[in-house]
Design a protein around this ligand. Structure first.
Ligand code: FES
Ligand code: FES
Length: 159
């Protein structure tokens, strides 16, 4: 076993300290060390987008980063989206209302990709939406309902 390294990180507004192996992936750190299993792991090599989280506000693939790279940084996972257990974020509401998910495995990655995207692009065209989600793979929905959900989310987040 290699020497452990200290990681001090803020996730969803809460501080965590841990000692981890340098080779530990950020996705595995979030899921296995912090218990934040909303971040899903599909391909583990940067293709599917299921593991997307926010790193200092930017969408990143947590399977392509080591946990130690997050030291001193601020992360947000899908667990940080809803304001409280009784209410969903408008983005989540839109996915539910427009049937933007079936099995839901891909959904956390879509949501975390779309949060900063819609904050920066409040009125995207359908073509822009399709481009924005082109790095997130869904095996269930055929994407049309996801696109509809993003349009609805843009309306809700803008209102
Ligand atoms: S699990 Fe990270 S991109 Fe697929
Ligand atoms: S809803 Fe099943 S993979 Fe997207």
């Amino acid at each position: 076993m290699s020497d452990l390294m200290k990681v001090s990180v803020t996730v969803n507004g809460r501080s965590y300290q841990a000692a981890v192996e340098p080779r530990l992936l950020l996705s595995d750190f979030l899921r296995h060390e912090l218990g934040l299993t909303g971040t899903h792991v599909g391909c583990e090599h940067g293709v599917c987008g299921a593991c997307t989280v926010l790193f200092d506000g930017q969408a990143v693939r947590s399977c392509l980063m080591f946990a130690v790279q997050a030291h001193g940084h601020e992360l947000m996972t899908v667990e940080g989206l809803a304001p409280d257990p009784q209410h969903l974020h408008p983005l989540q509401e839109a996915f539910r209302e427009a049937h933007g998910l079936q099995c839901g495995f891909c959904t956390p990655g879509f949501l975390m990709t779309l949060l900063p995207y819609l904050e920066q692009n409040p009125n995207p065209t359908e073509e822009e939406i399709r481009l924005a989600i082109s790095g997130n793979l869904c095996r269930c929905t055929g994407y049309q309902h996801i696109v509809d959900a993003v349009k609805l989310a843009a309306e809700k987040m803008g209102s």
